[in-house]
Design a protein around this ligand. Sequence first.
Ligand SMILES: [Fe+2]
Ligand SMILES: [Fe+2]
Length: 164
Amino acid sequence: MSKTEKALREAFAGESQANRRYLAFAEKAEDENMSGVAKLFRAVAAAETIHAHKHLRTLGAVKSTKENIQEAISGETHEFKDMYPQMIADAKEEGNKSAEISFTYANAVEQVHADLYSKALQDPANFPVQDWYVCKICGYTVAAAPPEKCPVCGANPKAFFKAD
Ligand SMILES: [Fe+2]
Ligand SMILES: [Fe+2]
């Protein structure tokens, strides 16, 4: 890998993290009644997304939708088959209950994501255009309408928001 390719990968990771970090900071600023700062965090977060996407496209890592779905499936599968199980085991061993829950929620939902992507891969052009709902507690992702009870974390339908 060239120095530049390595740099693009690192920059993509850093900008992506900055985007999510600033959005989390914006929520906190809203909680603390500092809406002006919240808006600044959201604006800069949007700019970091521009940077992240540019780095990713420059790497040639945005391909055809079919290839992108395959890439998404392999990422989600790696997470629920290898990455999170090990992290859950380590968190348990270290007695870090909140990390264990955080990893366990993500682990369960990544499996759902891999299944959804696998369905989409069967016939991407005819995959239905539908509303998607996401549990704000665990990230469980479901089409059409929120369930009575989140199958991953047990939250009620009010915990679900409609994805853009
Ligand atoms: Fe996922
Ligand atoms: Fe949930």
